[in-house]
Ligand binder design. Structure first.
Ligand SMILES: *[C@@H]1O[C@H](CO)[C@@H](O)[C@H](O)[C@H]1NC(C)=O
Ligand SMILES: *[C@@H]1O[C@H](CO)[C@@H](O)[C@H](O)[C@H]1NC(C)=O
Ligand SMILES: *[C@@H]1O[C@H](CO)[C@@H](O)[C@H](O)[C@H]1NC(C)=O
Ligand SMILES: *[C@@H]1O[C@H](CO)[C@@H](O)[C@H](O)[C@H]1NC(C)=O
Ligand SMILES: *[C@@H]1O[C@H](CO)[C@@H](O)[C@H](O)[C@H]1NC(C)=O
Ligand SMILES: *[C@@H]1O[C@H](CO)[C@@H](O)[C@H](O)[C@H]1NC(C)=O
Length: 465
């Protein structure tokens, strides 16, 4: 296994460092690859996130140790530009979405959006050193504007993108390990939302794209413009990967307002969607058990993932910085199991869950603390925080833009005029010239080598320049 290190960078590695042979050549060229840390020597997988910087999008990759803890390793140029959606006032969630960067363990590939270039980039993952990514081919047009969310099919042979700008909708690609992404015929399908490039939101913006569990349906979520609720758009996926001409519009149950992330409910023809205006929505495609469930005291519940070990869902709220564990029973009744405060004001956003051996670990971006929080999901109702990985100092040392922690970078507005609570409450002080919204999305690859998986995370940070 060849691992690289930049001699100039002494990054903050929070877990034990191995004595493996290191190769410095790769990182001397700083143009599009930056070294962030030494190999931990115990990597069971990797976590990835994008910086989404308007002057150059980077993927940041960290090792996941056998103990679930993270070690920052590399930053790799994504081959395009980031971009921030329009909010008034500006908020900490740049794309208003989940799934901006995704990986497939079946195919050993990773894809990211470049929202400011209207492109997508595809990388191979080195199975022996999963933070080592290599661009395949050139970035390709996303088939619309402001691409913000991605979904691989089960075997990693097809990638579908959700565009959220003035030209919005979906478009799918064949994954070619030599040529890169090749646009698939009859997959460019419009949503016809009245949107702008970049998108204006979060109300009225697209949220997430996923395949159904059986792979036969492609689903996109769209937030409402209160009081009008949002919806899911579902296209039938044909054998050849093409999509039905039109989508089926699926409304949330009464009370649903702003469907955000979608997490498939295993074994059911159903999806749990976070709802920024309420808590979460259950969409029952096969029956009539859809519901909209309130999380008391919630502010903006937007991101979610599922743990195989506990059988429960884990939802994050950017406003309260609380992780909410939810159980969905056989009748698709959703109930809150437990809540875990991550520290007031830390701004928890994207999250994902991986299985390492017999353990599940959850990774949460705490945007305002510039950390990734790692929780061990020991059993249902028994999550425990085991690491808070600081990113800012390491990134700064690696000369990676916009990872510096800005102090007092937000202030709370005294009056929230919106009919729902959202990160609008947080505003960046205009004296900071660079407002960096970093998208991190964790990926989990379980079908590959049992001990390996990838994670991607999405987040927002602010640079004080
Ligand atoms: C990485 O390893 C080298 C060589 O062992 C060491 O000098 C350096 O301090 C290490 N860097 C970090 C960030 O631990
Ligand atoms: C870095 O790599 C890029 C792309 O391979 C190349 O164009 C550039 O000249 C290299 N820069 C240095 C300083 O080696
Ligand atoms: C689209 O939205 C803009 C801004 O809200 C509005 O002025 C315009 O009338 C809308 N267009 C349509 C066709 O609804
Ligand atoms: C839901 O579906 C079940 C079984 O199909 C049926 O028995 C029940 O009456 C339905 N309930 C409602 C409220 O429609
Ligand atoms: C599901 O609903 C059925 C019929 O109403 C009931 O008998 C069963 O106990 C319910 N299961 C759970 C887990 O609540
Ligand atoms: C972010 O952190 C700063 C400094 O700790 C704090 O003053 C501010 O209230 C926090 N903002 C949010 C949105 O949590």
């Amino acid at each position: 296994m060849k691992l690289s290190i930049a001699s100039v960078l002494l990054s903050l590695v929070l877990v034990s460092v191995s004595g493996r042979p290191l190769d410095s050549r790769q990182t001397r060229n700083n143009s599009n690859r930056k070294q962030m840390g030494n190999a931990s020597g115990v990597a069971a997988g990797a976590a990835y996130f994008i910086t989404n910087e308007p002057d150059g999008n980077f993927i940041v990759a960290a090792d996941i140790g056998n103990d679930g803890k993270l070690t920052l390793r590399r930053a790799i140029g994504a081959g395009g530009l980031g971009e921030h959606g329009i909010t008034d006032p500006n908020g900490p969630d740049p794309l208003f979405t989940q799934g901006a960067i995704k990986a497939s363990s079946a195919a050993n590939v990773l894809a990211t959006v470049n929202p400011g270039s209207n492109t997508l980039s595809l990388f191979t993952i080195d199975p022996n050193d999963p933070t080592n990514l290599q661009l395949i081919g050139a970035p390709v047009g996303s088939g619309g504007e402001f691409p913000v969310s991605l979904a691989f099919n089960k075997d990693g042979s097809q990638l579908c993108a959700l565009n959220g700008g003035a030209i919005n909708g979906v478009n799918c690609f064949a994954v070619d390990k030599q040529k890169g992404l090749v646009s698939l015929a009859n997959t460019n399908r419009a949503l016809n939302l009245n949107q702008t490039t970049p998108a204006t939101g979060p109300a009225g913006s697209v949220s997430h794209i996923v395949f159904s569990e059986d792979g036969q349906t492609l689903v996109a979520s769209v937030k409402g413009v209160p009081p009008t609720p949002g919806f899911l758009a579902a296209w039938a996926v044909q054998q050849d990967g093409s999509l039905s001409d039109d989508f089926q519009k699926i409304d949330p149950a009464d009370g649903g307002l702003l469907p955000f992330s979608m997490t498939v409910i295993p074994g059911k023809n159903a999806i749990l969607a976070t709802d920024a205006g309420l808590g979460f929505d259950i969409f029952d495609f096969g029956g009539n058990a859809s519901s909209a469930v309130k999380i008391d005291g919630q502010s903006a519940t937007c991101w979610s993932s599922f743990s195989k070990k506990t059988g429960n869902f884990y939802l994050t709220d950017i406003g309260t910085s609380i992780v909410t564990e939810v159980n969905v029973d056989d009748n698709l009744t959703g109930t809150i199991v437990k809540q875990y405060a991550q520290g007031q004001g830390t701004g928890t956003i994207d999250n994902d869950i991986v299985t390492v051996g017999n353990n599940d670990f959850m990774y949460v971006l705490a945007a305002n603390a510039t950390t990734i929080d790692v929780l061990a999901l020991n059993a249902a109702g028994k999550a425990q925080t085991i690491q808070k990985l600081g990113v800012a100092a390491t990134a700064q040392k690696a000369n990676l833009k916009c990872f510096q922690r800005a102090r007092h970078d937000y202030f709370r507005e005294t009056v929230d005029q919106r009919p729902f609570h959202f990160p609008h409450k947080w505003r960046f002080l205009s004296s900071y010239p660079c407002v960096a919204l970093v998208n991190v999305k964790f990926y989990v690859f379980l079908s590959w080598l049992p001990s390996r998986f990838y994670i991607s995370v999405r987040r927002l940070l602010v640079l004080r320049s």
